[in-house]
Design a protein around this ligand. Sequence first.
Ligand code: MG
Ligand code: MG
Length: 267
Amino acid sequence: MIITKTREEIELMRESALVVSKTLGILAKEVKPGVTTLQLDKLAEDFIRSEGAIPGFLGLYDFPNSLCMSPNAQVVHGIPNDQPMQEGDIISIDCGAIKNGFYGDHAYTFAVGEIDEEVKKLLQVTKDSLYKGIKEFKIGNRVGDVGYAIQKYAEDHGYGVVRELVGHGLGKNMHEDPEMPNYGKRGRGKKFVEGMVVAIEPMINMGTKNIKQLKDGWTILTRDGKPSAHFEHDVALVDGKPELLSTFDYIYESLGIESDEEREFRK
Ligand code: MG
Ligand code: MG
């Protein structure tokens, strides 16, 4: 069952999403060679708590940390550890926070120092596919329209779209209805309705779409060992159109990047 949100609840959810956006902005400055993912996890937890929020992933389904940190061939759900990041790595950081009883859940894949051109392209295409999907989250469309847009764009670039993990409705629970796959058929699936809030989160592999899981019970990796990227936004359906609750602007500010990619989806 889809749990729609009132305008007031959507504003509360914007606060939750912004705690995550700000956290990612702080982490953006610290993603560099020699830093460990465990150090970033601690930084994130402290900041989230200082904002009067609670880390959303810590303890969720027994996950041990505040951040999912997935380098290189890891797709999602990587566990922070004490291995230093290295020049040329990429690292997907997925972060959750609970504020006012609502979840924020939002992710970005960062370059560690200079990365190969072909990996740079994977990150750009994955992020662009996220916006292709967001554009389809509107009244008159269905779940399959978002999935189709993401899949088409990623596959046109020769990439693999992960099937086993999907986006989701978001609210007082981290995972609500509907599931939001990053693949699909136009006009299929549940109908979008005013007041829905979803996390749209393409997970795109440079090579095969196939994945495997480590024995830790969490870490998802590409089956061929090639890199994977993951970008996620929280989006509300307001006045029939997609409205972003999360933002990459704090990241861009930290990295000195100019971007107007979110303009059409702002309140
Ligand atoms: Mg997430
Ligand atoms: Mg999510």
